[in-house]
Design a protein. Structure first.
Length: 398
């Protein structure tokens, strides 16, 4: 293993996406992540298609660099084994409904008696407190509650859910970040103990809705859907090209707007009072978009990029997966890497992000088969014998 957090040990008993995103980021940067799964069935993410030779693509990427062991946490013997494992761990990631760990006699307070330095990340739909804490909560509901979905879509369309588990993934990023914050405090303060971090699915996404609570509080602005436009500056939109592609354009500062107008060399954009200031451009947004679209209608995507980018224009083609795979910049920065998976063969996936200069992370292997590391972990961590491991397997404990 290599990376800036090499040596950090993580137990991940969460399921699906949020907690797994946090542990995935940690694993990419050197942490030893042990994914604990239910015997026989494993993490439900293993059942998300599409599949390559019966192996989930989601699991292959999302659980890369992790080690998989099985353990029945709702069984007293399994709980006793879990308490043995927790003794030498830095971070625990869990994603059960509030009260579940407590029901299993694995509450944070109980675990801190065993390992006072343990950092515990608790993922749940609505958090560990509040009137909604006992509700089942998936990312879809969190995306709705955060305010994001109400703003996604066009004015004349219904609100749109994101086409990926956005709330889960954003929560996972916040989880990885907060876990590192807690480790820093623990390891730089002589008397600091472990931390308990309460991460709901809706709050991290709500944190990204930067000004909207304040806008409503102070100005009574209730921001709704605005399509591809940015309500507070213009132009910013997607425009269709002559070769049936789409290009995103943003000129939301005065300097970038003036640079764009000169590069497009359209008289009305250069001289009209309607487009002179940002306030004027917002007021006449539809007319502005029509003028820009008329210019785009006469040119291919490559012609547009070749004309505007050299002048400082902020434009970029809308990529599909094929475009991503072919782009030379993406290739040069190793944003897509190929690993050799023993089950599905050479496999490309998104590389390690972000990039560290001196201590970069790496992808060591794809998501493992269920229980692939049982003997390694139970032997090395707990010094169990082969007979003990076989007995626990036969009893369904691991």
């Amino acid at each position: 293993m290599s990376g800036p957090i090499e040596g950090v040990k993580v137990l991940d008993i969460s399921m699906i996406v949020a907690g797994g995103t946090a542990s995935s980021l940690m694993a990419d940067f050197g942490a030893e992540v042990i994914k604990i799964e239910k015997p026989d069935t494993g993490d439900p993410l293993r059942n998300w298609g599409p599949f390559i030779k019966d192996k989930s693509v989601w699991w292959t990427v999302h659980s890369r660099n992790k080690k998989s062991i099985t353990l029945s946490l709702n069984n007293p013997e399994g709980q006793a084994i879990f308490k043995e494992l927790i003794q030498s761990v830095d971070i625990l990631i869990e994603g059960f409904r509030p009260g579940t760990l407590e029901k299993w006699n694995l509450s944070p307070e109980e675990l801190h008696k065993i390992n006072p330095k343990l950092v515990i990340l608790r993922f749940s739909g609505f958090g560990q407190t509040g009137p909604y804490k006992d509700r089942p909560g998936f990312g879809t509901v969190a995306e709705c509650m955060s305010g994001y979905v109400n703003m996604a879509g066009f004015e004349d369309s219904p609100p749109n859910l994101p086409p990926l588990p956005l709330a889960d993934e954003v929560s996972g990023i916040f989880g990885a970040m907060s876990g590192m914050m807690a480790l820093y405090k623990r390891d730089t303060s002589a008397d600091a103990l472990g931390e308990i971090i309460d991460i709901s699915l809706y709050e991290p996404l709500m944190r990204l809705m930067i000004p909207f609570v304040t806008m409503f509080d102070k100005l009574n602005i209730n921001r709704g859907r605005s399509g591809n436009n940015f309500p507070d500056a213009a132009p910013r939109n997607l425009y269709h090209t002559a070769d049936d592609k789409w290009v995103g354009l943003s000129a939301t500062s005065q300097n970038t707007w003036e640079t764009l107008a000169r590069a497009m060399d359209v008289e009305s954009l250069l001289t009209s009072k309607k487009f002179e200031t940002n306030e004027a451009r917002i007021t006449h947004r539809d007319e502005l978009n029509n003028e820009i679209q008329a210019w785009f209608d006469t040119k291919t995507a490559s012609e547009i990029l070749d004309t505007l980018i050299p002048t400082g224009g902020i434009v970029g083609q809308v990529y599909d997966s094929e475009d991503v795979a072919k782009d030379p910049h993406i290739a040069e920065r190793n944003n897509i890497v190929e690993i050799d998976d023993p089950f599905i063969g050479p496999t490309k996936m998104v590389g390690v992000i972000p990039k560290f200069n001196n201590n970069p992370g790496e992808i060591r292997h794809a998501g493992p088969n269920l229980g692939h590391h049982n003997k390694e972990i139970y032997k090395e961590w707990l010094k169990y014998t082969d007979d003990q491991i076989d007995d626990l397997t036969q009893k369904g404990i691991i």
